[in-house]
Write a protein that binds this ligand. Sequence first.
Ligand code: SF4
Length: 468
Amino acid sequence: MRKGFCVLRAFGSAAKTRSMKQAWTTFAARPVPRYTSYPTAADFAPDVAEAQAREWAASVAVDEPISVYIHVPFCEKLCFYCGCATSVPNGYGRIAAYLETLHEEIDLWSDALGTHAGMSQLHFGGGTPNALAPEDFGQLVEHARIAFGRRADLQVAVEIDPRTLTPDFIDAMAAAGVTRVSFGVQTLSSKVQEAVGRIQPRELLVDGIERLRATGITAINMDLMYGLPYQTVEDVVEAAHFAADMGTARVSLFGYAHVPWFAKHQSAIDEAALPGLESRFQQAEAGAATLVNAGFHAIGLDHFAAPGDSLTRAARNGTLHRNFQGYTDDPCDTLVGIGATSISQFRQGYVQNLKARPLWRAAVEGKHLPSERGIALTDDDRLRARAIEKLMCQLWVDADATCKEMGAAPGALDDALETARFLQSAGLCRIDGNIVSVPKEARLLLRTVAQCFDGRYKPAEARHAKAV
Ligand code: SF4
């Protein structure tokens, strides 16, 4: 690893950053979904719940592999910027009680699924999965392996809070066969870290990564952010260099979404210190340019992958997907979400678990799948979901070819092409025949173009984050 560097070396000075086109300003300020699913969770309703979840789970074919997501909604301390479903446990008692219910829910889903081809992906997210005691983590992985069956190519990924990562937890992950770890880095600036209530010196991050590598866990992802209070272009560039210098496999560069009416603890953030739209655009652009200059392959909206990473291969061979974990090379149609608030995905639709933990626990203890709300997909949803996924993954979509692929009538996406024409005049996309493409310089507004294919979008919906 390189010892010292100039944070401006790859991007030049802040003065040289590319500005956002004037015509894009209005679009950049509009709320749009992240399109990690279509329809989005905003369209889930209580008329789709346990009965559908059971029916859909039972229809998974015997030769079909599945993915599993386990949610651990606990953190030692809440970071002010966080929008995740998580809480401070105040002692291990609440975590232990939650774990007990997780084990029971694993058995419920295992029974509901019946015979299938086994688990090919197991993802732990949160919250902070390393809030679990090392032995509890190991037992949870083992239980999931027994209940869902282990495929030879099983990938186990864990999101980690570097501040609370202990040598014992690293050993537990290595023993449990963890193949990939996502490190929440966000920023290296101590001023920004202080402003968001998350202090983690560079040495702590380096030490954690080196320890992981020493145990054989070599695929390290990093989450970085822009748009945080007091953040500058130089901060984002510094973090991007750090990711490159540490040999990171994948980097996600997310914009901070300030929605204190939705995530109450965000009100601890000083709004006056938040960068404006233009600064956010420049930070995102500078971070992306630094990563690409360092050799990363730009993936979709906000991901970057090293040349040898499986995400880069998936992007090159057209097998990239987008699901609740963001961009993925996971080809499974079935994703079982376990834990309070988790979302499961089936060919037929989506179901989300109860959010209130006491209700979730009561449902599981009563031997019910704890599904609270969801949506059954119509043929039109499937068509639009495919078009949106293609656009979000490859930055272009052939509307006619997608209609053909999904068995829809020719012209079924004409309304989307019509809406896209309006964006074309602002330079956000190009339309050649039936192909809508997003130029690389408009990548940050990709969701705005994807929204043209959204047949359920409600302009008044303010719950989504701004496009930039
Ligand atoms: S950012 Fe991560 S560690 Fe911080 S509160 Fe959110 S889930 Fe917890």
